[in-house]
Structures are given as structure tokens and as C-alpha cells.
Design a protein around this ligand. Structure first.
Ligand code: NI
Length: 263
């Protein structure tokens, strides 16, 4: 087997996996998954994420960042605590960061400050960003251009935008899109949209425990289900799931840092 598949975005350290986390890792490995990339949520999840990293240093690789839905008026303390962790360990990226106006619009100003500050961290440390965008493409693009699109690299995680939004991303060569179970949903137009993107800018992810692909939709997601997403993406490009795994693995290793695997 050449390489394997990389799940570029999963939250395996969350409590949804407390009863079977190790079994989920075994299932992932046995299916041909080679690595899991773990984006952080906020200061309450750092300990659990790093404990899991210490237990599986060749299989899980952490990112550091502050998620937009954890941002409120007390953001400054959380942000400085998050930054202090950056100097203590090695990370594969800055994430997850971004703007989310679906749940709550009242902290938009604060979300922008936090997002832009973390974009600057990524430039200073030469790490890619994993961006969470929900009902906020215009605001996210605005922040990226303000900080400097040409200096940034990263992924629009859980991409579910339209063709116009995809065109904006295509203009920024440092960015890829992360595709998960949403692409398998019956009412999703996402497969038509991603057909407009070349496969060298596609990453696969689960976002586990969320967004399970069909036929597991509505159940807890886990890394092994990523193969259902790989199959759907393969059908878009006229490839096999194994070919999609290999190509997106290469993309992941080109984008993310400090993953001790050979491209
Ligand atoms: Ni996430």
C-alpha cells in the first residue's frame, strides 16, 4: 500500500468518543487511514487534545487555535492563553479559526479581531490555517485580504459554498477546500460545485463527531466513515476511492507541517 488516507479534520478528543476512542483509532488504521489531524476548539479542549497526541504521536497531529463560536467579550484572555501554547509544542497548523454568524451574530467584531490575530500567527510561524466559515464568507474573505492573502496558506474546512464563493478561493493559490460527509447528502449541490475545483486543491476530512456521510447521516461520525466521502469525491472526478485517497493525502502533506510522513 502506498501511503494511506489522511483525515485532515476530526475532533477525536471530544467526549463523544470517551467510550470507544481507542477502538475508533483501530478501525481507522485497519481501513487504511494513515493520520488524523486534530483542530483545537478552545482552551477547554487543549489538554484532552494534547493527551491524545502524546498517546499516538505517529498517528494524530494537533493544531492550535480558538474557534469562532467560543469567542465572546472575554476573548482576550482565551486568545493569549491559546497563543502561549503555540510556543510549547509542535503543531501541524493553526485551527480551527474563522467566523461563524449562524449561531450568534452579536460577537462579529470580536470574532474578526480573533480571526485576524490568528491569521497573523500563522504567517509569523509559517503554519497553514484551518478556517471555519458559517454564513460568513464575505467577512472571512475580507479578513484574509486585510491580513494578506498572498502570505497565507490553508484550508476552507467543511467547504459548502456556492460557485461564486469557490471562485474567490480559486483566486488564492495558497488555499484548498476540505470536503466531508456533506457532499454525500441527497439535497447537497456540493458535488457540482467541487467539480469546478482541480483535485490538487481538495482535502478529505470527517469533522467527526459531526456531519456523518450517508448512510450514517444523523449518527456519530468517526474517521473510518471518511471512505464514504472518498467514494463520492471519486465519482465526481472519475477516479477510484483509492486514487482520491492518494491524491488528497499528497495535498495534505504539501499543505500541513510537521507530519512525519513521506510525501
Ligand atoms: Ni471542526
Amino acid at each position: 500500500m502506498t501511503g494511506g488516507l489522511i483525515d485532515t479534520h476530526c475532533h477525536l478528543y471530544l467526549e463523544e468518543f470517551d467510550t470507544d476512542r481507542e477502538a475508533a483509532i483501530v478501525r481507522a488504521k485497519e481501513s487504511g487511514i494513515e493520520a488524523l489531524l486534530l483542530p483545537n476548539v478552545d482552551t477547554t479542549t487543549i489538554g484532552r487534545m494534547l493527551d491524545l497526541t502524546d498517546q499516538h504521536p505517529d498517528f494524530v497531529f494537533p493544531m492550535m487555535g480558538l474557534h469562532p463560536t467560543s469567542v465572546d467579550g472575554g476573548y482576550a484572555k482565551m486568545l493569549s492563553e491559546t497563543e502561549s501554547w503555540l510556543g510549547k509544542r509542535t503543531y501541524c497548523g493553526i485551527g480551527e479559526i474563522g467566523i461563524d454568524l449562524y449561531w450568534d451574530k452579536s460577537w462579529l467584531k470580536e470574532q474578526k479581531i480573533v480571526f485576524e490575530e490568528q491569521l497573523r500567527w500563522s504567517i509569523d510561524r509559517q503554519l497553514p490555517v484551518a478556517i471555519h466559515t458559517r454564513e460568513a464568507f464575505a467577512e472571512v474573505f475580507d479578513s484574509i485580504h486585510k491580513v494578506g492573502a498572498e502570505k497565507l496558506t490553508g484550508v476552507f474546512h467543511s467547504f459548502s459554498g456556492n460557485k461564486e464563493e469557490l471562485e474567490e478561493i480559486k483566486k488564492m493559490p495558497g488555499f484548498m477546500i476540505g470536503i466531508n460527509g456533506v457532499v454525500t447528502f441527497k439535497n447537497s449541490r456540493l458535488s457540482e460545485v467541487i467539480a469546478e475545483m482541480t483535485i490538487d486543491r481538495i482535502l478529505l476530512e470527517t469533522d467527526a463527531p459531526y456531519l456523518s456521510p450517508v448512510p450514517y447521516r444523523g449518527k456519530r461520525n468517526e474517521p473510518v466513515y471518511i471512505w464514504k466521502t472518498a467514494e463520492k469525491v471519486a465519482s465526481v472526478y472519475g477516479l477510484t476511492a483509492a486514487e482520491v485517497a492518494e491524491k488528497t493525502r499528497k495535498n495534505a502533506l504539501n499543505l500541513f507541517r510537521n507530519i512525519n510522513k513521506n510525501v
